[in-house]
Design a binder for this molecule. Sequence first.
Ligand code: HEC
Length: 143
Amino acid sequence: MRLFRYIILFLLLVGIGVFITSGVNAEKNQNAGEKLFLHFNCNACHTIKALHISLLRPKNPIERRQMRRSLRKLRREGRIPPDLSDVGNKHNVLWLNRWLEHKEKIDGRHHQEIFHGTAHEREVLAHWEETLKYSKFYDKNLK
Ligand code: HEC
């Protein structure tokens, strides 16, 4: 029966190993999503207050002025980029992915931003966005 015990022990260790690496992978995905968000300057328009991601503030004054101007223009058109702290409560991965692909509309219009990343990057971003469910911050972002 010794062999049997070894087998049980072995399976237990494998189980623990799988458990740990899956946690690590989930975290990796999390960081990858946030990295892409910052890499593609999504925070030129969107904050994620729950994660302390604030609006981009370019060092270059000309860029800074351009950014402010385009945000003002959006605001005038009544298209205020929402804070994305709870975007996972509003949309699922599929929608988020299609939104970035310009295949979904809000109020009859596509996203302002043309996404320049790959399909894979779009997917990682969408998966990450779906995990943002910090509803505590919801009201702060209403007009
Ligand atoms: C030029 C400004 C701008 C940039 C840059 C931008 N967005 Fe947006 N985004 C908007 C606006 C404005 C809306 C609101 C919908 C509308 O009125 O078009 C929006 C809406 C969204 C929504 C839907 C939110 C909701 O509550 O329904 C998601 C998700 C989103 N953007 C993700 C992103 C991601 C990811 C990036 C970076 C790749 C990004 N956005 C970059 C302007 C921007």
